[in-house]
Design a protein. Structure first.
Length: 545
């Protein structure tokens, strides 16, 4: 093997699981993966959940998370094997030679400490820099990463900056000790597209300016194509394909890779609206209890029977807040909600059981939307009991029908949520909503936490169920690819206002308002050089202004 920064040879990783009511089992997670990475280069690791991406990334630090064990093979960093090295050597390696950027900066920073204190901690503790020099380097990194007020932003606490800014602060934390290798673990997945593009630009510039090597872990091929020199595709612990970014994007050899490349191209032919909307949001203005400022301003939108209205915008634009008003969780200060020709009570407590039944919701995080102590049958069966009084064989037969509709089948009826994959959990949440026989389902970012192929399956399922059940969807998302795949009409929200609204073809056609133009131009495209074009265009726009 060449004199590379990182060499992974026949890496095998396993774990012990404890199935309910059974003896512990040893399972293999990664099956003999090999690759190498030169300094200054970026290798993208891509694949669905459970493929082994993060597990392999953490192995570059000789670390196994959550009981995972590195059971075989070799990992070499800077010419030395690290799986069998001393603890002292590992302490020097982690946080100095190899650093890590996690998916959720908000969950990784200590909320009780200022940002600067946390960014310089590893560098100062290990004696790499004095406190003064580390702070100077941190401020320089803040500036390179495009953070506002780089000389003073370190004096803020984590909650005093936005999600995108905090993610860039974490990148500064990883780069501060001048590492040789940085592991980026889904650093933009939780961000909306406008914030994601800023963070991607900052990460790419930082890698270029510092010359570090990087592993970039993601499930979004369009994103990794913008920052990686090579891409390795993983599936269920095996390497499916490894090649240059150009080869993987433009000439994939394996069927699974071709599926990943093509999944973003799905289009939905929008339908013309009917005369009478099933749901109407009329001039809604709202504020949260205990505040003196409005978070929604004169919001107007309509949803028609059997159709899908996509509500899009960045985090904080008012998408989910609008859903809270529609469901009665946040009474509006002004305006009203009309459903199937009748005005709904502004407060949830004033709504009838029929109001509740006909308007259901599917949440973003299926993990926390289900009781982990209840079986799938119990979870789906609850609405059948509550709304229709079903019991016994009648209820079980309807549960099985719903499981068949969501393409899981009777075999899942006695499983617990912990025994399901992410996509299966979301399917169960869909079945629970359908059990009430609603006329409208609010889908709040239901695919944003899923891998592309799994998300595509969920979108296809929702589309098929819409035809079968004639249900309408209010689909909240920040993913424009999802909008193209499912929407009939679109409402674009920004700072609590609807800034663009109408049939999909009209909303996605120029001329655009400034925010919609920014939103559409920030969606990563599956082609090389796209990010550089965006950077160049924005520099020209800034110079023009």
């Amino acid at each position: 093997m060449t004199d590379a920064l990182l060499k992974v040879k026949n890496l095998k990783i396993g774990a012990r699981i404890y199935p309910p009511g059974e003896k512990p089992k040893d399972i293999d997670i990664v099956h003999g993966v090999s690759f190498e990475l030169e300094k200054g280069k970026v290798l993208g690791l891509i694949g669905e959940s459970g493929a082994g991406k993060s597990t392999i990334g953490l192995a570059a630090m000789a670390y196994g998370r959550g009981g995972v064990e590195l059971t075989g093979g070799e990992v070499w960093v800077n010419g030395r094997e690290i799986l069998h090295t001393s603890r002292a050597d590992l302490r020097h390696l982690r946080g100095l030679e190899v650093t890590y950027v996690s998916q959720s900066a908000a969950a990784s920073f200590n909320p009780a400490k200022k940002i600067m204190e946390q960014v310089i901690e590893a560098s100062v503790h290990a004696g790499k820099f004095s406190k003064k020099d580390a702070e100077a380097r941190a401020r320089d990194l803040f500036d390179k990463l495009g953070l506002p007020d780089p000389d003073n932003i370190g004096d803020r606490y984590p909650h005093q900056v936005s999600g995108g800014q905090l993610q860039r602060c974490m990148t500064a934390l990883a780069l501060c000790p001048e590492p040789d290798l940085v592991v980026f673990d889904e650093p933009t997945t939780a961000l909306d597209v406008t914030t994601q593009i800023d963070v991607l630009m900052a990460i790419k510039a930082a890698i270029r300016d510092t010359g570090v090597g990087a592993l970039y872990i993601t499930h979004d091929l369009a994103v990794v194509a913008q920052v990686s020199d090579e891409i390795m595709v993983l599936r269920m612990g095996d390497m499916v394909e490894h090649g240059t970014t150009d080869q993987i994007i433009n000439n994939p050899r394996e069927d699974y890779t071709r599926d990943l490349v093509s999944v973003r191209s799905k289009q939905h032919e929008g339908q013309a609206p009917t005369d009478n909307p099933i749901l109407r949001v009329e001039n809604v203005t709202a504020r949260y209890k205990g505040t003196n400022f409005d978070v929604l301003h004169d919001v107007v939108m309509e949803l028609h029977p059997g159709q899908t209205l996509a509500v899009v915008g960045e985090s904080g634009s008012g998408k989910s807040t609008t859903a809270r008003v529609i469901t009665g969780l946040l009474p509006p200060r002004d305006g009203k909600i009309t459903f199937d020709g009748r005005e709904l009570s502004a407060d949830l407590n004033g709504r009838t059981r029929e109001d509740l039944r006909e308007l259901q919701m599917i949440y973003q995080m299926a993990d926390v939307a289900m009781n982990p102590r209840q079986t799938v049958g119990t979870i789906i069966g609850r609405p059948l009991e509550f709304y229709f009084g079903m019991k016994g064989a009648e209820k079980r037969n309807r549960i099985i029908e719903l499981l068949d509709e969501i393409e899981l089948g009777e075999g899942f009826i006695d499983r617990y949520p912990a025994e399901l994959s992410g996509g299966q959990k979301q399917r169960v949440c869909i079945a629970r909503a359908l059990a009430a026989k609603p006329k409208v389902i609010i889908c709040d970012e239901v695919t944003s936490a899923l891998d592309p192929l799994v998300a595509d399956d969920i979108l296809k399922l929702l589309e098929n169920l819409q035809k079968i059940e004639d249900v309408a969807y209010l689909f909240i998302t920040h993913d424009l690819a999802t909008v193209s795949a499912i929407a009939d009409s679109i409402a674009v929200m920004y700072q609590g206002k609807v800034v663009r609204y109408g049939p999909k073809a009209e909303v996605l056609s120029p001329p655009f308002d400034d925010y919609t133009d920014l939103l559409l131009s920030s969606v990563p495209e599956m082609r090389l050089g796209w990010l550089e074009e965006v950077i160049a265009n924005r520099k020209m726009e800034s110079a023009g202004n």
